[in-house]
Design a protein around this ligand. Sequence first.
Ligand code: UD2
Ligand code: MN
Length: 595
Amino acid sequence: MPRRFRRKRVLILFFLFIFIIYVINQRLENSIDDNNELPDKNNIIYQRLKKPIDVENKVESSFFDSSKHTKIDWHDYNAIARDNARTGLGEGGTGVEPSQQERNSPQFQKLYRENGFHAFISDNISLDRSAKDIRHPDCKNKLYLAELPSVSIIIPVHDEHLTTLLRSVHSILNRTPEKLLKEILLVDDASSKDSLKSPLDTQVANLSKTRVVRLKKREGLIRARLAGAREAKADILIFFDSHIEVNINWLPPLIEPIALNYKTSVCPFIDIIKWETFAYIAQDEGARGAFDWGMFYKRLPLLPSSQGNASEPFDNPVMAGGLFAISQKWFWELGGYDEGLDVWGGEQYEMSFKIWQCGGRLVDAPCSRVGHIYRQFNPHGGFSFGDYLSRNHKRVAVVWMDEYAEYIYKRNPQIKNVNAGDVTKQKALREKLQCKSFKWFMEKVAFDLPEYYPPIPLPPFAQGEIRSMAASLCIDTKHGGEQATFGLEQCIKDQPDKNGEQEFELSWRQDIRVKNRDFCFDVPNREKRAPVILYKCHNMRGNQHFVYDVSNFHILHVATHLCLGCDVDSKMIFMEECDAERKTQKWKFASYNQT
Ligand code: UD2
Ligand code: MN
């Protein structure tokens, strides 16, 4: 064969070889894409685990020094991987059910009495248990400023259970970027429990970055926090309770708004660590904080502007109190807390009102989540301080609430009569900072609060029995508990010796309440013939929102646009498509208010 041809053949073979390699490669890639077992291509976490943090972004604002506005992914993927590898009791925020034998043990019951939660369960769960990442999916892709200030975490402690306190500190140490955490200050408010006192000196004080500040006598959580703040060295103060667990990447979203504006104070979403089992669950999908005129902390639904922005901070009129971040500078400009507040309570209002009225802003950061054990009861006493709660509320009302204080006094004369002590210092501060009026706060910040919690209680729209117009039968909730379903019964009015529960109120809140019980009609889903159940009234309308359509005698569920219907034979009630012709959808209350 001539040389020329041989060279040509080699060349052809070579290109053929390249082509075959290309085809095989293509097929392999396609088969990877087709393989359902592999993580989704859009699964950012998976991609980032393979390819750690290289995502950088510039904020499109020339207002700030742009060098300071590089944003990065703050997730600690090593810590997440470590968490995911853990197995055992309570891991991943799962709950632990005590056995009957454990429940009956004297130790189990003693720990409950001392704490108001099942501390026995806490002792069986690792101090380093892994978190349950229940953040909105958008939070997993959020970037935050690369340069963030460091934080001092301040935790008041009075006779807390050791393992829950330790788990709070461990969770912080495990899930907080090392360079941002300056210190954890545990302020011991004169604890008397031996099971806590000596470990505080040894075990706790030896934890990294953790320091114990001792108070000589019981001061209450407010002055304890102040004592901690005076010791704190970082630019940002974070206040926590001593029975919390921080969740994944909790810190950057909590402090970025402060880095952008030192007068912004930020609360995390507070999740629930169930007192019975230590299961970690969400409280809800977020809400704004508020109060009623008896000075109880309440929540308002999110505003429509939050829809579609599930990972963005939103304005919050009132903080829950226990968990928030604020810059040192702003905290002290506001005079810290009022030192006259004793033991527990009221300080959440003082801090929220003054942040807003004196020119700051309070926001909730949905991507920052911290779990908290809500106790069943207050185990700390503090009774030697007298009626400290009324006194605290009076101080806040007198200093910050102007003419609106009258509503508080009307609702609770005890607050009116109590002696609040000297508030000259607080009033002088309000004067000096030229803080705005409470009217301004009510009109601009908590503008829809009176809609949910009117200063003067309003009468219900309708009340008494709810009688079907298709038969002489009435709705009867039969003293059922949470989640109970119910239906129709003979009306008590027609047969007075009959047992049952047939008195209701279509309240001004637009929910249907069982008279004298805090239970409401609730439509949990919109399936065909959706059931109506009893649920604790949440005052936020939503799935408890009903109106009465006078022209059709309909009881209309607002969120689903369904009407209350019934089946006379089976005596069942349910929600169904509204139909003005159908008699089984027509209802009458015993009486109506004309206003
Ligand atoms: C809520 C707040 C709490 C505080 C309180 C009103 C949340 C999650 N918790 O009640 O932080 O704002 O409302 O004041 O929002 N403590 C002391 N000395 C005392 C009493 C308590 O140091 O005399 C400590 C206690 O150990 C705990 C913290 O203060 O770490 C808060 O007390 P709590 O857990 O009993 O309050 P909580 O969650 O019912
Ligand atoms: Mn607490």
